[in-house]
Ligand binder design. Sequence first.
Ligand SMILES: Nc1nc2c(c(=O)[nH]1)N[C@H]1C(S)=C(S)[C@@H](COP(=O)(O)O)O[C@H]1N2
Ligand SMILES: [Mo]
Length: 319
Amino acid sequence: MVPTGEVDPAKITPEWLYHSRRQFLKAAGFLGASALLAAACGREEPITVPGEAQSLTPGARTAGKVDELGDQANTYEDITQYNNYYEFTTDKAGVAGLSKGFATSPWTVEVSGLVKKPTTFTIEDLLKFPQQERIYRLRCVEAWSMVIPWQGFPLNLVLQQVEPLPEAKFVRFETLLDADQMPGQKSRLYPWPYQEGLRLDEAMHDLTILATGMYGKPVLAQNGAPIRLVVPWKYGFKSIKSMIKIELVQDQPGTFWSTIAPEEYGFYSNVNPEVDHPRWSQATERRIGETGRRKTMMFNGYAEQVASLYKGMDLRANY
Ligand SMILES: Nc1nc2c(c(=O)[nH]1)N[C@H]1C(S)=C(S)[C@@H](COP(=O)(O)O)O[C@H]1N2
Ligand SMILES: [Mo]
């Protein structure tokens, strides 16, 4: 069953989402053959808002929502009941339960470091940026994947507002540190708080978003409420949840996973089917809700949009 949430239906008119998605596809250069194909088989149809879709059963696919490759979105159930969020638990099925009641208000995101105008945004400020729907594949480093319909806005809107200084080369992100609310943070095995980083040009790329909603509802705690990063061409762990800080820095920042196991997780972590994880192949993936495996795509299928960022770089050495 699809949980019902407290969202104002007026704010999520399917038509509005439809137009913003088309705008995004156009901007990203996606409105080519795939859009024609989608139209031909009636897939540019409408957007179902969970709570209104009565017939959804766990594991079933949601009719109408597809990414630009025509892949169906995973169900609300899949996306909210199968999570990686180590601050709560390493058990993917346990995150939803343990994160119930996680306090997301008041919430601020401090944007600081090498910027002209350091700013602390409240979550209400951030929700005023124009929210769009982005249906993205998420490829976990553990070789499973999902298609997730986010609502959010490009990170570059925030970065432009604070005016990065010329010395700023990287962006560092940090998750809330609060072991009272996040029992996983009591474990000394991990270097809390969770942190991640991007090169400034990656952070400025239009595909990189801050997500505040999913399936037209406010994003739930297990998915990184109230605001999380989504970088669709990189392994899922780069997409840091429940962030409180964005810092512009000169040097490449440390990251949670590369601190724990530098030989397994690099800074870049672009999805690359040709570079195996030391303990398993990255050539294929299991789409949650499907049996069998799919071939993993270079840059998770976003090569056309992002490959130019890495021209001349050895993507094996820079894994
Ligand atoms: N703060 C924080 N962010 C995180 C994680 C985490 O453990 N803590 N897990 C990452 C991993 S490994 C993945 S695959 C995605 C999963 O996002 P989802 O549960 O919304 O699908 O979140 C990423 N962001
Ligand atoms: Mo992951």
